[in-house]
Design a protein around this ligand. Structure first.
Ligand code: COA
Length: 266
């Protein structure tokens, strides 16, 4: 594998994405980087972990920032050919392709309420409110307080981390987590809402001081078997968030607080 490289995709219009179809069958308007993120997610979450295809794409994908990591992979397109005397008559031909091998995303606030401890969801726990309009971000709410979240502070959610099986154990996930965390640290005002576009009343704010501003709180809904990895990157289990099931996989909440350098913000 050559040196992996990473691409970034900011929030994009994915209205035409059909969750029931594979990434290979989506309309041309869907950004290529997003299709490549879905290529990895379909391989890992759908084929390997058994998540139904239609549950893999969700309403957070359009408003999220995505990172995709690629490896340069050499593939033989024509094998060497020899004649009856063993003389080479056609040389082996190979091409180098960039293969998407890993992905991660950052979802801005606001978020739906924290999942209920002990509950079992047949899809993403945050996609289950039957009354919600999924074409819009969730409303600003006061959530239940947990160990690391007071229920009010805006937090950004890191998730959908996946690396193809054959490329695991080589630091690819670490590379992705670092890329996303470093980026949001350097662009910490990126997701702060504008009064002009969102409107004070939709921010659940009655004065300027109540306008939601991100102060460095980062969350992850971690599969229980991956909590040790997230802990290595600074996340701590939020005991009061409890454990819940998504698609039969136990999940827990984890948080970390990033230090923000006011001189680095955009
Ligand atoms: C979880 C996952 C993304 C990790 O990807 P990866 O590229 O293999 O991870 P890395 O090589 O960057 O390793 C991450 C850390 O886990 C540790 N690790 C990796 N493979 C390990 C293994 N087989 N056993 C124990 N620890 C291991 C590494 O020591 C590393 O720690 P470091 O950052 O301090 O070096 C990958 O296994 C995956 O896609 N799993 C399926 C999807 C999934 O469960 N996603 C998580 C949803 S919350």
């Amino acid at each position: 594998m050559g040196t992996p490289f990473i691409t970034f995709l900011g929030p994009s219009n994915l209205d035409a994405y059909d969750p029931k179809l594979s990434y290979t069958q989506q309309p041309e308007s869907i950004p290529k980087t997003f299709l490549e993120a879905m290529e990895v997610r379909e391989e890992v979450f759908v084929k390997e972990q058994g998540v139904p295809l239609e549950n893999e794409f969700d309403s957070d994908d359009a408003r999220a920032c995505h990172w995709v990591v690629y490896a340069s992979v050499n593939t033989t397109v024509q094998a060497e050919q020899k004649d009856a005397d063993g003389k080479v008559i056609a040389r082996k031909q190979s091409v180098t392709k960039s293969l998407p091998i890993g992905t991660i995303r950052l979802v801005p606030f606001p978020h739906p309420p924290h999942p209920t401890p002990g509950a079992s969801y047949t899809e993403d726990a945050l996609e289950t409110d039957p009354d919600r309009d999924f074409t819009k971000p969730p409303p600003y709410i006061v959530d239940r307080a947990t160990t690391f979240h007071d229920g009010k502070e805006p937090y950004i959610k890191l998730g959908r981390i996946a690396v193809l099986k054959e490329f695991r154990g080589a630091g690819i996930a670490r590379l992705l987590a670092n890329a996303a965390i470093t980026w949001i640290q350097q662009n910490f005002t990126y997701f702060n809402p504008s009064i002009k576009t969102v409107g004070m009343e939709n921010m659940n704010a009655s004065n300027i001081a109540e306008i939601p501003v991100w102060k460095g709180l980062l969350c992850v809904h971690a599969q229980e078997q991956v909590t040790k990895t997230w802990a290595k990157w600074g996340f701590q289990i939020d005991e009061e968030m409890g454990t819940w099931m998504e698609e039969g996989i136990p999940h827990v909440g984890m948080f970390q607080r990033l230090k923000l350098d006011p001189n680095a913000g955009t």
